[in-house]
Design a protein around this ligand. Structure first.
Ligand code: NAD
Length: 487
């Protein structure tokens, strides 16, 4: 049964989740959520004030001690029920994401599967938070370590993966026994609002998860971060905002996880399987319309295969269908807002002014919605802004290299260090190049490697901490060491 959009939107809570109820903002303020494919307002939500933000923290702190004492198996069961409910509501979540963010429905369905895996994975990890036991080398003490919940957390998420970015933080926090205040992105709060209601439906006790959507991010985050009760901030978003939050976190010496921007190199060696490289490029560049921190931002292609790679990639992009993500057959949706579309256009125009050639695309779409054509550029100057900033759009600049050392030098010449991609059939090169890459993630012969079971995160100015994998839950715990005199 196709989803009825107005019935779906009517199910999404429009208030702030504080403790056990969805409430209006204390000053009655609201903000609108827009569909980027049409520019139309699709919902109006309560906009949290600083007072509301602190009320959410109060509600969280009130249940921290009891939640930390709740047996891990109970927390695990709630996550598992959440996983099953999200799966039952998958089509609703996918439709909401397409409506508020723009990605084509097929991709939104993919995000529901990916994002929901964090609930399943951390329901399984919740019961495996072990410590260690041993003797000191001197033999005078028995050493015991345990992992305790770090305490109340502030979780701040971006607009580009509205479900997955929330589940990647909320699930490990629940698993570890932390309480939390979630602040979704202003552009895409609907998915988080519905997800929070789904977790309540799954039996999550009131107060463990509070949600404060709003028009002013700092009005919400500042008072919470200045409060002595907060113990951790987990942020996914741009590097400049991450830097501001890190400075603020220093005042209270908060634990921080920072998942920040990226500038991923996509390296195609002369021995690559070009079919695989083109498939990989479609995933690494076109997933989420290029609006991903892991998106391939720079295509570094060996000079002997660059022409063929560019020609074949451009041909694949020309087959794509731009349009409203809810429409059948659409493979490329709009960018999230007008500013985003204009920023992509200005990066392409700048590269062309500096001598780049447009193999395909190169223009904004016409009509309502913030569309930009899938684009391939060649002959891009290494100084061009497009190679040094996050593009966040469906544009692939190609740069050639002549040997492995040059490829590595170009790949690492960025302040970012999140994702990187390597296409080669030479096993020894895979290890040599991975060793040389200053990136937290390396995709080998694959353009999409994110998985709930794997640690996701960057180095350099792409941030610190890891989400997912065995590491993801540790971010929400602190180690306590107990030394017992050995009689
Ligand atoms: P953004 O930094 O503008 O916003 C991210 C979140 O921070 C939003 O909820 C926003 O409301 C909030 N925010 C903005 N200013 C704030 C402030 N002063 N204080 C507190 N909160 C504030 O980023 P965005 O445009 O929503 O997302 C795109 C960025 O996110 C890109 O740079 C992308 O690379 C990055 N990203 C990183 C990852 C990762 O895992 N490394 C994943 C997805 C996106």
């Amino acid at each position: 049964m196709p989803i009825n959009v107005s019935e779906l939107l009517a199910k999404v809570p429009t208030g702030l989740l504080i403790g056990d109820s969805w409430v209006e903002a204390s000053d009655g303020g609201t903000f609108d959520v827009e569909n980027p494919a049409t520019g139309e307002t699709i919902a109006t939500l309560a906009s949290a004030t600083s007072e509301d933000a602190l009320a959410a923290l109060d509600a969280a702190c009130a249940v921290q001690a009891e939640w930390a004492r709740t047996p891990a198996r109970e927390r695990s069961n709630i996550l598992r029920r959440g996983f099953e409910l999200v799966a039952e509501r998958a089509e609703e979540f996918a439709t909401l994401m397409t409506l508020e963010m723009g990605k084509p429905l097929a991709e939104a369905r993919g995000e529901v599967t990916y994002g929901n895996e964090f609930l399943r994975w951390f329901s399984e990890e919740a019961v495996r938070l072990y410590g260690r036991y041993g003797a000191t080398p001197e033999g005078n003490l028995r050493m015991m370590t345990t992992r305790k919940p770090v305490g109340p957390c502030l979780l701040i998420t971006p607009w580009n993966f509205p479900l997955a970015m929330a589940t990647r933080k909320v699930a490990p926090a629940i698993a570890a026994g932390c309480v939390m205040v979630l602040k979704p992105a202003r552009l895409t709060p609907l998915t988080s609002q519905y997800f929070a209601q789904t977790m309540l439906d799954a039996g999550l006790p009131a107060g463990v998860l509070n949600v404060v959507s709003g028009a002013s991010a700092s009005a919400i985050s500042n008072p919470i971060m200045e409060d002595d009760r907060l113990r951790k901030v987990s942020f996914t978003g741009s590097t400049p905002v991450g830097q501001q939050l890190l400075k603020k976190a220093a005042d209270k010496v908060l634990r921080t996880s920072m998942e920040l921007g990226g500038n991923a190199p996509f390296i195609v060696f002369e021995d690559a399987d070009l079919d695989l490289a083109i498939e990989g490029a479609m995933g690494a560049k076109m997933r989420n319309i290029g609006e991903a921190c892991t998106a391939a931002n720079r295509f570094l292609v060996h000079e002997s295969v660059a022409d063929e790679f560019g020609r074949r990639f451009a041909a694949r992009l020309e087959e794509q269908v731009l349009g409203n993500g809810l429409d059948e057959g659409v493979t490329v949706g709009p960018l999230v807002e007008e500013k985003a579309r204009d920023s992509v256009a200005s990066l392409v125009d700048g590269a062309v002014a500096e001598g780049a050639t447009v193999l395909t695309g190169g223009k904004a779409g016409t009509g309502a919605g913030y569309f930009y054509e899938p684009t391939v550029l060649t002959g891009v100057s290494t100084d061009a802004a497009i190679l040094n900033e996050e593009i966040f759009g469906p544009v692939a600049p190609i740069v050639t290299f002549s040997d492995e050392a040059e490829a590595l030098r170009l790949a690492n010449s960025t302040e970012y260090g999140l994702a990187s991609y390597v296409f080669t059939q030479d096993t020894s090169r895979i290890f040599r190049v991975s060793d040389g890459l200053e990136f937290g993630l390396v995709g080998v012969n694959s353009g999409v490697i994110s998985n709930a079971a794997a640690p996701f995160g960057g180095v350099k100015q792409s941030g610190m901490g890891r989400e997912g994998g065995l590491e993801g839950i540790e971010e929400y715990t602190s180690v306590q060491y107990i030394g017992i005199r050995d009689p």
